[in-house]
Design a protein around this ligand. Structure first.
Ligand SMILES: [Zn+2]
Length: 704
């Protein structure tokens, strides 16, 4: 207890806002500002109130300001330790509060958290700018940087120094005062726009409802999803035998796959595709236009032709030409295959007696039929083998097989939502590796998609700090009658996010800012996408895919069909993905700061690449959160770029054995443990002994 109080005092020392850091209860101390006496130092979610974050983040900023002040007023000449490392270690309190806030605000938000997000975003942007545009601090870093060759630094220290220096330069530290002031304004406005964009997508998604009152319109929708839709209708206050669908992917996607009612499919498809583009309070068009303008202006200030050039200079891909060249290599074959798929689907629709051309809302429905005809595989029949906890156990079993990891459920640790599961992850010898939280189910308080967070990244400066990692999903929640039975694609998502988790958990570096998933954008999806490859293999399906009622293993012929169907519909899937990457690049290679009209701009960008009408980009402008409310702008191509790396990596296993332990050990050592301590291409070379080849990707997607 003593140390705890001492730490709180230290955190609050000389903080003007100290008295504000507790919430209304007299004598209550904001847990975000104290030391945590929980097992493994996990966050005390049961004690943290939503109101605590704002005060903690503000106190964290003040604490870091004092730490920075101590660095710049240090009478000693700048050294790696008293400047670069001291800067790296500063802001621990802020970093912890900020990570927690982002994680909880994404996974289980409420009005207080949303308000906090909006309030704090510009303050944090200004705070980050204040550090990076601090002249005295930059001068000290520069002094160390200029002496870098005579300092006898370790490779990682050298990397930290290079990265820190680059970060200052890229933040405008070399710019004249006036340009720096403008940069601050731009960053603050962009941060606000990102938050507003996110809130608009959330409200558009929650607002919409498709109420189905005729059971026939559900078609062959899996029973678990029918039950979920019925519960949702009740929750929304409908007193009828009816089913409610919305524009969250896990609700929209299956409805489009199964409902024979073409008109309803059209309604839901359009509602999904028009989010953020309805000329209402939650419209995102003005935000898109303004964001693109500001980014172009910023790139020009920094001496780049456009935003993409500025961003890509940091990435493995290096520049827009490389990205466009790479996308083109995939686009043409993908479009050719998608046209073939369209012909198959349209023939089927004609056979259904519908005299029209195929539309966007028909694609998934007839794809499901073609899949049934070609592979006799329907999602409904597969779902009973993919009970969510069984899939989780499958990915755990794979990690045990490859890396010897052990997973122990911990019911005693606090969570941010009762559905969240917590595990202690141990090495083969039983030593502690990490804590892993898994939060599987969709709910209104959670943003869409699936993602990983590090609540506490691994580091090793003054002692080894073990990682605390979360995985988050939007799978259908269990109902009164059925556990959560997820689709094949969902199962793949689970493996994907677990790959990010491994990247975080295996991290073995010194510095927090180079740890785990702190890698360039076009490298970070690689370790996660690699994991997807294992999910469909007979070896891994054999580990977990058992019928949830009977316990029977998935029949061999089904496993074979899953593998045979791996290249199925890949024309469509590749086209929607690559189209979104092109859309991202189109916005961010703009070299003018004139306003764009997103609807027309997107149409023109899609016409430019010759997309077919029946396919829309995986994300349209109005809800492209990766690039307008997350930091993937000019980076969406990374998913497919990473897939080149992942397909080529999985090939390294297949050449020997998909469960080969030696290759796994090398993969862990050269890639998963290294975080961002070396450039991606160098890490890759160390693992594979050569540069990545694109062929395994084209083969995997059936595009060769
Ligand atoms: Zn990912």
């Amino acid at each position: 207890m003593k140390t705890r109080l001492a730490l709180i005092a230290a955190a609050c020392l000389a903080t003007i806002a100290c008295s504000d850091t507790s919430t209304d209860t007299p004598g209550r101390i904001n847990p975000l500002l104290g030391e945590w006496d929980t097992p493994f130092g996990v966050p005390p979610f049961d004690k943290i109130a939503s109101e605590d974050y704002l005060a903690a983040i503000r106190a964290g900023m003040e604490a870091q300001n004092r730490e920075i002040e101590a660095i710049v007023t240090d009478a000693e000449a700048p050294t790696f330790k008293n400047t670069v490392e001291a800067l790296e270690l500063s802001g621990a309190l802020l970093s912890r509060a900020r990570r927690l806030f982002n994680a909880v605000n994404n996974a289980h938000s409420n009005d207080v958290l949303k308000d906090t997000g909006e309030t704090i975003a510009p303050e944090l942007a200004a705070h980050d700018d204040n550090i990076l545009l601090n002249k005295e601090l930059f001068e000290r870093v520069l002094a160390v940087y200029e002496n870098r060759n005579s300092l006898h630094l370790t490779d990682e220290q050298r990397r930290l120094l290079d990265e820190r220096h680059k970060k200052f330069v890229r933040a405008g530290a070399n710019l004249p005062d006036e340009a720096q002031d403008r940069l601050r304004e731009i960053n603050a406005e962009l941060a606000e726009l990102e938050q507003a964009f996110r809130n608009n997508v959330l409200s558009e998604t929650n607002e919409y409802e498709l109420l189905v009152t005729d059971e026939a319109d559900l078609g062959d929708l899996p029973a678990s999803l029918v039950a979920l839709a019925a519960e949702e209708a009740k929750r929304r206050g409908h007193d009828c035998e009816c089913w409610s669908f919305n524009t969250q992917r896990p609700s929209t996607e299956p409805f489009l796959q199964y409902s024979p009612n073409r008109e309803l499919r059209k309604q839901l498809f359009n509602a999904y595709a028009m989010r953020g583009d309805n000329d209402n309070d939650a419209d995102n068009k003005a935000i898109v236009s303004r964001s693109v303008q500001l980014r172009a202006e910023k790139a020009a200030l920094m001496g780049y032709d456009n935003h993409a050039e500025f961003v890509l200079a940091e990435n493995m891909a290096e520049n827009p030409e490389n990205v466009y060249g790479f996308l083109a290599e995939i686009w043409e074959p993908a479009l050719r295959v998608a046209r073939q798929e369209r012909a198959d689907l349209e023939a089927m629709m004609k056979a259904d007696g519908i005299d029209d051309r195929l539309r966007g809302w028909d694609w998934r429905y007839y794809t499901e039929k073609v899949r049934l005809a070609k592979f006799d595989l329907d999602d409904d029949a597969l779902r009973p083998y993919f009970e969510v906890n069984a899939v989780r156990d499958g990915v755990f079993a794979l990690a045990t097989e490859l890396f010897g990891l052990q997973f122990e459920r911990r019911e005693d640790l606090p969570t941010w939502h009762p559905d969240q599961q917590v595990f202690e992850v141990k090495e083969a010898d039983g030593s502690h590796l990490a804590i892993l939280y898994m939060d599987f189910f969709a709910r209104e308080s959670k943003r869409g998609g699936a993602w990983m967070n590090a609540l506490r990244p691994q580091s090793n400066v003054n002692g080894f700090v073990t990682p605390i990692i979360t995985n988050n999903f939007n799978f259908p929640a269990p109902t009164a009658d059925s556990p959560s039975l997820i689709s094949l694609e969902n199962a793949e998502t689970l493996f994907h996010e677990f790959g990010h988790a491994l990247h975080g958990m295996f991290s073995d570096v010194a510095y927090r800012s180079l740890s785990g998933t702190s890698t360039p954008r076009d490298f970070v999806e690689y370790p996660s996408q690699v994991m997807e490859n294992w999910m469909r293999t007979p070896e891994v399906l054999g580990m977990f895919a058992k019928h949830y009622e009977t316990g029977d293993p998935m029949p061999t012929e089904v496993v074979e069909k899953i593998n045979a169907s791996a290249t199925f519909n890949q024309g469509f899937k590749t086209v929607e993905l690559v189209a979104a990457a092109y859309l991202d690049m189109a916005y961010h290679t703009l070299e003018t700061t004139e306003a764009v009209e997103p609807r027309a701009f997107e149409s023109a960008a899609m016409a430019d690449i010759g997309i077919i009408d029946e396919i829309i980009p995986r994300y349209r402008s109005g809800y492209f959160q990766h690039i307008f409310s997350s930091n993937y702008s000019s980076g969406y191509y990374s998913y497919i770029w990473s897939e080149v790396l992942d397909a080529d990596t999985f090939m390294a296993f297949k050449e020997i054995d998909v469960l080969d332990k030696e290759t796994a050990a090398r993969f862990r050592k050269e890639i998963l443990s290294k975080g961002g301590t070396r450039p991606g291409m160098e890490l890759y070379y160390n693992f594979r002994g050569r540069k990545p080849s694109i062929e395994p990707l084209l083969e995997k997607r059936g595009l060769n």
